[in-house]
Design a protein around this ligand. Sequence first.
Ligand SMILES: [Zn+2]
Length: 233
Amino acid sequence: MITEAKYHPTAEQLGGFARGTVTAGMNVVISAHVELCKECRGRTISLEAEAAAEMLQSVPETRPQSKDFSGIIDSIVKQPQLQTDEQASDPVTEIHMLEHSVSLPKVLAKVASEGLVWKKLAGGINQASVTLDDQTQCEFLYMKPGSQVPVHKHQGSEVTLVLDGSFSDESGHYKQSDFVVRTASDMHQPASEEGCLCFAVLDSPLTFTKGLARLLNPFIRYRFRRATAAASH
Ligand SMILES: [Zn+2]
């Protein structure tokens, strides 16, 4: 059973997702939420149609009639609807993870099927990192019942999608399908009474993607990971 989300991506995040301008990590976590959330599926369809219309408008008009033009828009608006109806009928895939079976959105089941290596962190937290691009740090997080993450703060923004169970922090209680956004200035201390499986995406503080700077990336990522690990001890 999928519960309806109370927390959703920001307008900016969903807009970037519809336009295809977000990182692969963000794309996966937003796409997983959209699979679970009817409201955001609807919003994504309109945003995609808007983006398509803008794109067509920016193409200089060469013909006098615009009949074809509206025909094109109609077909664009229709296409994503077909896709999401399909997704809605079978939105999740059951996989065995840790001690129990959990239902995952298709996009995450695919990521998890590549093989997850779980690491135990302090405080009853288990983490399985996945690499989706070189600008984000993505991971499945499993919080055992009664576990608590020490108060922490990160340099980038953090998105957490709840897949199973629930957790709380100073600002609220988050359940399955909820999309929790924390920015660099937020301090928080997540805790889970009943246990919780999440998928989290952290935006790395430095995003060199070109030339010589790219070679520095392993070091930057190492430092970034170390900072994250230190924060969770
Ligand atoms: Zn939503």
